[in-house]
Design a protein around this ligand. Structure first.
Ligand code: FAD
Ligand code: EPU
Length: 336
């Protein structure tokens, strides 16, 4: 039997520290509790907000339904033939804790994704990525409760439709599934991914760096650039890096030879942080929300900001980048 909290503050449950309340709230640390809550919301026709660590959300208003925080815990593994091991983690496990656990067990591949905030269960939603790796590279399958039937369903990697900061859970499957467990296939012999220039450079003083060195280098790089949400509330990159056509890229490159861009299967991916910095937004503050001084792609709550303040500054930036460069910026976090 579950017991719901009412009129629950969500300020401490979202890393932008935005004030909002949920009419009803449950923190589920057992699968049965989550299923019961989903069933109840369906029967009562309450809207459902599934919450992990709240590190990719913008809360703009009080939530009129049930906020279900997924706190399921547990990690298990199964050695496979050859060099692989299958590792399953419950959705409520901390992502960074999981990455560190795998490293300590000698299961390799996720080192580049160290220190990303949030939960394992949210990791497939936008196919989290950093420093040359995305979870799709090591993802095997996941289990989710289908909110329309209450039944558990498995998704293979192909069924998840992963893309850059994208998956089926942001498109056709949006608001339909509650992820309960994610399974990865990891290596038992390390193979370091140093494709990201700054990482290779950070490790260049070592003759043969190991996975722990890589993990430490990622943590150090992230600490240098990204604000710690506990000190300066934020949700990481506020916009996706936009992908433009080769033609548009050449035009922009002629006009701005220092433009930062990367190859992409669908065209050329521009560094949105560069565009925003170039347009002079670094450090600009409006209504308590500011463009971070060390990383223009990050918006921070300097204190007292509300969701609408965040969206107002984001809108001003989007309009300016469109006007100056002819490039549209898409908001990365989910707006409620
Ligand atoms: P939440 O913010 O709680 O939820 C995000 C979305 O997922 C919501 O729509 C929610 O409904 C849904 N959701 C959450 N859990 C479940 C579930 N179990 N089942 C179904 N739906 C669910 N992201 C990157 O990709 N790369 C980075 O390098 C990166 N760096 C960051 C750095 C900082 C400082 C911060 C604050 C954020 C960063 N992020 C990054 C964004 C964020 O950490 C990830 O998107 C993370 O996966 C969000 O996890 P969460 O548990 O906090 O999700
Ligand atoms: N840049 C600037 N000014 C800035 C910020 C960036 O000029 O203020 C330029 C720099 O030249 C830099 C380039 O942009 O070389 C790329 O910057 P960075 O390496 O910091 O990465 P990013 O493109 O800004 C992306 C992800 C991050 C991820 C890092 C590392 C997106 C939207 N963001 O940021 O993910 O951690 O790469 O791989 O793809 C997130 O999604 O929340 C997130 C933090």
């Amino acid at each position: 039997m579950i017991s719901l909290e009412t009129n629950r503050a969500l300020r401490d449950e979202n890393t932008l520290h935005l004030p909002a309340r949920a009419l009803r709230f449950l923190r589920a640390d057992q699968l049965d509790q989550a299923r019961e809550a989903i069933e109840l919301a369906r029967e009562q026709r309450w809207p459902l907000l599934v919450l992990g660590g709240g590190s990719n959300l913008v809360l703009t208003r009080d939530f009129p339904g049930l906020c279900l925080q997924i706190a399921l815990a547990g990690i298990s593994h199964r050695p496979l033939d050859g060099e692989w091991v299958e590792v399953s983690a419950a959705a409520g496990e901390s992502w960074h804790g999981f990455v560190e656990h795998c490293l300590m067990q000698g299961w390799y591949g996720l080192e580049n994704l160290a220190l990303i905030p949030g939960t394992v269960g949210a990791s497939p939603i936008q196919n989290i990525g950093a420093y040359g790796v995305e979870i799709k590279d090591f993802f095997h399958e996941l289990e989710a409760i289908d909110r329309t039937t209450g039944k558990l369903r498995r998704f293979t990697r192909a069924q998840c439709g992963f893309g850059y900061r994208d998956s089926v859970f942001k498109r056709d499957g949006r608001d339909r599934y509650v992820i309960t467990q994610v399974t990865f296939r990891l290596r038992r012999k390390p193979r370091l991914n140093l494709a990201y220039g700054a990482l290779a450079q950070a490790l260049s003083h070592l003759e043969s760096p190991g996975p722990r060195d890589l993990f430490n280098a990622v943590v150090a790089l992230r600490r240098a650039k990204l604000p710690d949400p506990a000190q300066l509330p934020n949700v990481g990159s506020f916009f996706k890096n936009p992908v433009v056509s080769e033609g548009q890229f050449s035009q922009l490159k002629t006009q701005y030879p220092e433009l930062v861009a990367f190859p992409d299967p669908k065209g050329v991916k521009l560094a949105a942080g560069w565009l925003i910095e170039k347009a002079g937004w670094k450090g600009v503050c409006d209504g308590g929300v500011a463009v971070h001084e060390a990383q223009a792609l990050v918006l921070v709550n300097r204190g007292g900001a509300r969701g609408e303040d965040v969206l107002r500054l984001a809108g001003r930036i989007q309009a300016d980048i469109q006007a100056r460069f002819g490039v549209g910026l898409e908001i990365e976090p989910r707006v409620y």
